[in-house]
Design a protein around this ligand. Structure first.
Ligand SMILES: [Zn+2]
Length: 259
């Protein structure tokens, strides 16, 4: 929330600055912008009214989040889908394609300085970054190209249609991030201080586990169905789902009927 408000403050400041420098926008557009900012401030006002001093007390002097979460900047993916009270609880790192390498310092801060026992990598269905990485993005700006260059996907499987290919790319990217983390934080994992979990947030029910479900696809580098299941069983009361499609041992024959 603090980051959000900071972002809002920046947006207001930038908005003021830009308004002086740029050409006047059509009235309709200005009305729209005013409406957006008004909505945000109204929502913030409601938040202030409904959250009293006691709510902020646990984290006014410092943060002790339980998890570092690396997820996509996509507007359809937000902390409240996995945490009723993410304030002070989740150290959120967001960028296109939920990558560690493009925000490595931030992820390191969560693990090394905040000592979160969990590093959760959350990819999501219909990820535009994966779609872009799968296509010709040479006309994108250098900054966007740089962030797409680090998404490494295997050659396209001719047997898969576009939707399956993107979904597979999303899984592979999450697995790549978990592998990256397992190497980077090898010592913490070996000492039992850190678990690295990969998951896909599914707001479309592409994985057939229910709309809005967080589906676990990788635990500490293991994508085998049995290993994930036994891993999940450690978490008493966990309602996180197993990706029936992604989790089976990759050496098994794919079940085409599940696609
Ligand atoms: Zn995305």
């Amino acid at each position: 929330m603090k980051i959000w408000l900071m972002g809002l403050a920046c947006a207001l400041w930038l908005g003021g600055g830009l308004a002086m420098a740029r050409e006047p926008v059509p009235a309709g557009e200005e009305d729209q912008l005013r409406g957006i900012v008004r909505n945000l401030l109204d929502d913030n006002n409601a938040f202030v009214k409904s959250h009293k001093k006691g709510y902020f007390q646990p984290f006014v002097d410092g943060q002790h989040p339980r998890a570092t979460v690396v997820t996509c900047a996509d507007s359809r993916v937000h902390a409240q889908a996995i945490d009723n009270n993410p304030d002070g609880d989740l150290f959120m790192v967001r960028n296109i394609g939920n990558q560690i390498s493009t925000a490595e310092g931030s992820v390191e801060y969560g693990v090394h300085h905040l000592h979160t026992p969990l590093l959760l990598i959350v990819g999501h269905v219909a990820c535009g970054a994966i779609k872009a990485a799968r296509s010709d993005y040479s006309k994108e700006s250098p900054a966007i190209r740089r962030e797409l260059d680090t998404i490494k996907l295997p050659p396209k499987n001719a047997k898969m249609d576009e939707k399956e290919d993107i979904l597979e790319g999303i899984r592979v990217n999450v697995n790549n991030q978990v592998s990256f983390a397992m190497k980077k934080f090898k010592a913490e994992v070996a000492e039992g201080k850190l678990q690295v979990i990969g998951a896909i947030y599914d707001f479309r029910d592409d994985l057939h586990q229910g709309q809005g479900r967080l589906v676990i696809t990788n635990i500490n580098g293991n994508t085998d169905a049995g290993a994930i299941l036994s891993g999940l069983m450690q978490y008493s009361g966990a309602s996180m789902s197993l990706d029936k499609k992604a989790a089976p041992n990759r050496n098994d024959k794919p079940k085409s009927t599940e696609h």
